[in-house]
Design a protein around this ligand. Sequence first.
Ligand SMILES: [Zn+2]
Length: 305
Amino acid sequence: MRINATNKAKTENKKNRYRGIVLRQLSREILSEFYARKFTFEPLFTVITPRMFANREFGFLIENNGEDKFTRNLSFKTPSELKKYMITNGVKAAYIGAIYQPPPSPGRSITKLKWLGRELVFDIDLTDYDDVRTCGKGKDHVCPKCWPFVVDAALMIEEILRDDFGLSKITWVFSGRRGYHAWVSDEIAKYFDEETREAIATYISPDNPEELVPISYQKKIIRLLLRKDLTMLVKQNKKLFKKTWRELLKRLPRIDKKVTMDTVRLLRVPGSVHPATGKIAIIVKDPQTFYPDDAPTIWEALGID
Ligand SMILES: [Zn+2]
């Protein structure tokens, strides 16, 4: 029966999407159409200020005659110029980097320019939890059983940034596949050097969590990850406490430190399309309740799903 066949196809579609597999061809035409009709700058201008826009570096993945080419060192005088470029080239992926003087230009490495700043960013990806997620559906999968690792990491990171570093302009963006990008847009954070960014990253995600971490951090682990307070926990017997503690340590935020430290690194443009899943890297208002299926795909956004 036709209806059954359609339903079966839909179920298959869902299953595959679950695994983060693109089912349809992400053609230049469809990407151009998306950037012409559906892309807005609102998500981007939530994480960056329009000031110095012309001095920002952008990079793109562009398919040409079946081959993907990565290009960076680009800048645009206005947002509409950037949009025009994305439409004309049907860009497969769009990335944004730091602010430079003079503005980046093709053929001139950014290392030759004066670096003027860049937001503090964090990258959380489920694959960093491969040794502790036991849902066993392969490296690339996302499922409701393991997604809470990412959710807990976001909770810890947000609180540490606010409480321990006094940062407040924090925006969560769906990475488009298996995690979140956190953008910290406080003015002061834009000028943090590599060492400061590394120190913050290491504080959030300790290299050896078994070794003593600050008591304030320990309290956070218990309150946020166990949803209990410390006094309740110490009332339990010692053996159980140790076991619980070991389990909790596995759930500490795991971030890609290189992404945080690297001040010239490019990161996906919020609101753009992830080329492997076709999903849109949307801003997530509440990282505690969001699930990757909540993000629309480019086909859904265009109404052709
Ligand atoms: Zn899973």
